[in-house]
Write a protein that binds this ligand. Sequence first.
Ligand code: GUN
Length: 299
Amino acid sequence: MGAELLDGKKLAAEMRAEIRRKVAELKASKQIEPGLGVLLVGENPASVSYVTAKEKACAEAGILSKEIRLPATATQDEIVAVVRQFNADPQIHGILVQLPLPKGIDENAVIETISPEKDVDGFTPVNIGRMMIGLPSFLPCTPHGIIRMLLKAGVETAGKHAVVIGRSNIVGKPVAHLLSRKALGGNATVTICHTRTCDLASYTRNADILVVAAGHANTVTGDMVKPGAVVIDVGVNRVPDATFPRGYRLCGDVDFESVSRVASLLTPVPGGVGPLTITMLLFNTLEAASRAAGDSAAV
Ligand code: GUN
């Protein structure tokens, strides 16, 4: 029996229509156009394509996006100066510094410069800290998108064993927190696995919900998955393939073919988690603009 696919594109389209409606409402009632400041440093092809997709999504939602590009040789001071410029710009309600930053740049120092009220990625210590102690905060986009997908699909998380592979600040750590917190889409018992985990399969085989954010293709194969598990594949890997127009194809961290024969629900790559990540960025930018206008827009 094959797994049912979790259609991220469809859910994202529904949520984006609602966001677009609320953006129009905010413009009409408060004459405020939500604005996102985007900083891209260097020309990492994956980052360029993410930023392009995010800006296109902003335009479709009626959100202004202002992009600043710096060369890969930019200094820490030049990068921080752009963030400060966005912090001070009243047209900008949200700031996106596309990660990773080039080698030699202190990423945490850059993130700490982002004003927490404009931190629509939810990466600053203030927002992470507020999230951890259950205060209102901007939630990191990919983890928040994953929870929304699980809720939409009617997946019960309470009392379930969720295994997260990966401990990054962007996905692994925050999604583990959201799955375990005392809230809707939470209340799971969570195990975090990482590069130093011994016998990874012994954990994954016990997962009711498996979130794979390892950053490597084929990290999880069908024999590592409990029959009927829900598998969320966060990976985006480029695999050279001459039969594709761009010379590569995208695949996740999960071996789709073998895992889809064992799991009950599975996110495809592309078309699974990715569209939700961008949607939650729009959501947070609308929220930031609404807060600036003295409202809260929760979609
Ligand atoms: N790089 C990979 N994912 C993300 C993300 O969600 N936000 C930012 N700013 N950079 C990323």
